[in-house]
Design a protein around this ligand. Structure first.
Ligand SMILES: *Cc1c(COP(=O)(O)O)cnc(C)c1O
Length: 385
């Protein structure tokens, strides 16, 4: 195998700690669905899913039938998969045939699913998603009413597994007025379900933020992405957690991901020379720089030009010049023995030096999830203890 220019390590002990923390928050009666859309938020489905199973996860949620297929390649037979987003008609046969659960937000989907289920002699496992104010996908009252009738009349082929919605920005306290309206709407629509006399197995609304600090959103199942990877959904949610637990500081979530590369080349510069393209960095004095084989095409944000930091030999080295397509430079004048082949930490920790995922958002305007979910699939991911 030819070596890639960087590597990502995933910590099983961090993941176990995060899952245990989330389980404590939601209680043992509630199912935890691990959201692994976007290649497990960039952590890599094929490495992450078996690790999550080791941490006790039995249910996975994805955004598309394609991602369901990716999870199905690597998960245990007894694990469940749920599609929350796009599912093409031509994939219904594979989805239903493999017992994969899916959101329904169009009554016509029920009709298509019933036909396929009947032909395969296998029930389609349905979660009705309702519109509560997010205005993405979801059935309105009239749609819900027809869907309930259709489900009831075709219960030989359609299993009414879930009743659900998704909150529009529950990670920000400034959105709480919207979320409160959505919760009320969800309850009203659930009354409509109860009145029909035909009930689902599960109700679910909560994502990470909701599961961590809004206990009344935690029902029979939660769909948690961000938090399982050790990232807080937002500063608001972290602060609410501190308030609720009466603590000044707390670090119950551990970053699962570490990203590393190596020093490719070292160069001595004379005072006043420029570094890399253009004139954005001019050496203020004689200096030594390290050239790294990583750039914006590898997921390292260009916005970190002249701003980011990495760790080499246990010391921080600042980015100098622009982030290029697959190269950037750091100042190692203060790291006397820095040499070609040295390990470079792009995201991660060495003793008390940390490059956090959050530090990227401070400069690049990207939310944590954006940075990690854009790490290219080609970077190898390995599980570590
Ligand atoms: C992405 C997603 C989640 C998980 O959200 P996190 O905030 O990352 O936990 C839950 N539900 C739906 C419908 C989603 O699209």
């Amino acid at each position: 195998m030819v070596r890639h220019s960087s590597r990502i390590e995933l910590s099983l002990s961090a993941l176990k700690q995060n899952i245990n923390f989330i389980r404590k928050k939601i209680g043992h009666e509630t199912e935890l669905s691990s959201v692994v859309k976007a290649d497990a938020y960039g952590h890599g489905i094929s490495t992450f899913v078996p690790m999550a199973e080791k941490a006790g996860v039995k249910h996975f949620s994805v955004a598309s039938s394609y991602e369901a297929w990716e999870v199905n390649q690597v998960c245990k037979n007894e694990s469940s998969i749920m599609i929350m987003g796009i599912l093409y008609d031509e994939d219904l046969e594979w989805v239903i045939g493999n017992g994969i659960e899916f959101f329904v937000f169009d009554v016509s989907r029920l009709k298509g699913a019933k036909k396929v289920a009947e032909r395969l002699g296998k029930k389609a496992v349905i979660h009705l998603e309702v519109e509560t104010g997010g205005n993405r996908t979801g059935l309105d009252e009239a749609g819900l009413s027809s869907a309930l009738k259709y489900l009831k009349n075709n219960s030989d082929h359609l299993q009414f597994e879930g009743f659900c919605t998704h909150f529009a920005g529950i990670e920000s306290l400034s959105n709480q007025f919207r979320v409160a309206k959505q919760q009320k709407k969800f309850e009203e629509m659930y009354k409509q379900v109860q009145n029909s006399g035909y009930l689902p197995e599960l109700r679910h609304t909560a994502s990470s933020a909701a599961a961590l600090v809004f206990p009344d959103t935690v029902m029979d199942m939660v769909r948690v992405g961000t938090a399982q990877f050790g990232m807080w959904p937002s500063p608001d949610i972290y602060n609410l957690h501190l308030q609720q637990t009466d603590k000044n500081r707390d670090a119950p979530l551990k970053r699962v991901l570490t990203w590393k590369t190596d020093v490719m080349h070292i160069k001595e510069l004379k005072k006043d020379e420029f570094v890399g393209y253009g004139t954005s960095y001019q050496a203020p004095e004689d200096m030594k720089i390290a050239i790294l084989p990583i750039g914006y095409s590898n997921g390292y944000p260009r916005a970190l030009s002249n701003r980011g930091e990495v760790i080499i030999r246990g010391r921080k080295a600042p980015v100098v010049g622009l982030i290029n397509m697959n190269v950037f430079m750091v100042d190692v004048s203060h790291i006397k023995d820095a040499s070609v082949g040295d390990e470079v930490i792009l995201i991660g920790r060495h003793k008390n030096h940390v490059i956090s995922i959050r530090s990227f958002s401070e400069f690049s305007n990207a939310i944590n999830n954006e940075l990690v979910s854009r790490l290219p699939a080609a970077i190898p991911r390995v599980a570590v203890a």
